[in-house]
Design a protein around this ligand. Structure first.
Ligand SMILES: Nc1nc2c(c(=O)[nH]1)N[C@H]1C(S)=C(S)[C@@H](COP(=O)(O)O)O[C@H]1N2
Ligand SMILES: [Mo]
Length: 345
């Protein structure tokens, strides 16, 4: 998502980030069926019509890839080289998963609920359908949705047509797209995307900690205008309002601060009224750009659980959960008065 799209409360669908491990499957809506089975009393087969005729809810949810910020780590972990753009906030419409699980009747001894996509590929030498699981307790949270619409329109192919999972508060990998089946399991799910990938660890000798809920982050709309090559920004001297969004999947955002000296000093920003609990929150901050020359603008969010953003993030093998503060290099002064580096034509 281009960061100027932080201006929209709801990210227009074409500006929302995408992460697709394998290929986007082609799905015939007429033939589609979702199978709910495994450790249940009454296995279900639901057509799209069955799903659409169930009670529906619409919820705004900020989705962020666990690898957002990966390309800022050194050495750069191999995978999608995100800077800070792997985020979006959309309104998802669907039916609560909980009632579907209740109808199927989860049997005693159930441990995990496994969500399998229609997309297949090879990762880590393993031929697999994309699959992730949630504990029965997490899957039974009222906010977890089987979604078939985004921002009031049908789910487009790239976002999981015809049906995807939405797990408010969790990093993107758990929001399984192109859902083929939901299988209740009596033992912990050991699939590649669950047991091997998406762990915070510094070597492949460690098991590491599973990646789950989104850490706090604030991002600003980069002010002024960019230099094509270096991406440095130019702003006119004077007072500016810096704006952006902040979110956390762990607790409500309680504060946002801005720095114009690379994080040496901070001033508080203003949080707008809180909206839906899993949606990002707009913030603004006055910036007095009276001093000509280069400035490094930084922004940092804190949530009610006391989580905040570090100035530097420790390295990890998969490059996940890098919520180090955003840094935007800004030059105060006339853009064409600054000598362009030789490589910037
Ligand atoms: N079936 C399936 N679901 C998936 C993926 C995938 O590759 N296949 N990618 C996951 C990851 S890593 C992320 S970050 C989100 C991205 O969702 P979006 O592309 O709708 O933004 O989808 C998740 N769901
Ligand atoms: Mo992701």
């Amino acid at each position: 998502m281009p960061l100027e799209a932080l201006r929209y409360e709801l990210t227009p669908v074409g500006l929302h980030y995408l992460l697709i491990h394998f290929d986007i499957p082609l799905v015939d809506a007429e033939m589609y069926e979702l199978c709910v089975g495994g450790h249940v009393r009454r296995p279900l087969r639901l057509t799209l019509e069955d799903i659409r005729s169930r009670p529906s809810t619409t919820v705004a949810v900020t989705l962020e890839c666990a690898g957002n910020g990966r390309a800022r780590m050194s050495p750069r972990p191999l995978s999608q080289p995100w800077l800070a753009e792997a985020v979006g906030n959309a309104e998802w419409t669907g039916t609560p998963l909980r009632a579907v699980l209740e109808e199927a009747g989860v049997r005693a001894g159930a441990v995990d609920v496994v969500f399998t996509g229609l997309d297949r590929g090879v990762q880590g030498g393993v031929d697999q359908y994309y699959e992730r699981s949630l504990s029965v307790a997490e899957a039974s949270r009222g906010e977890v949705l089987l979604a078939y619409e985004v921002n009031g329109g049908p789910l487009p192919p790239q976002h999981g047509f015809p049906l995807r999972l939405i797990v408010p508060g969790w990093y993107g990998m758990s929001h399984v797209k192109w859902l083929r089946s939901i299988t209740v399991a009596g033992s912990p799910f050991q699939g590649y995307q669950q047991a091997t990938a998406y762990h915070y660890r510094t070597s492949d000798q460690e098991a590491g900690a599973p990646v789950e809920r989104i850490l706090p982050r604030a991002l600003m709309v980069p002010p002024g205008v960019p230099d094509f090559m270096s991406r440095r920004r130019f702003v006119d001297p004077g007072r500016h309002v810096i704006e952006g969004r902040a979110w956390s999947g762990r607790a409500p955002i309680t504060g946002v601060e801005l720095s114009d000296d690379g994080g040496a000093s901070w001033s508080p920003g203003n949080l707008e009224d809180a909206g839906p609990p899993f949606a990002w929150r707009r913030w603004t901050c006055q910036w007095d750009a009276s001093r000509p020359g280069e400035h490094e603008l930084c922004v940092r969010a804190t949530d009610a659980a006391g989580n905040t953003q570090p100035l530097e993030q420790a390295w990890n093998l998969e490059g996940v959960q890098n919520n180090a503060v955003q840094r935007v290099l800004v030059v105060v002064g006339k853009a064409d008065a600054v000598q362009a580096p030789a490589d910037s034509r």
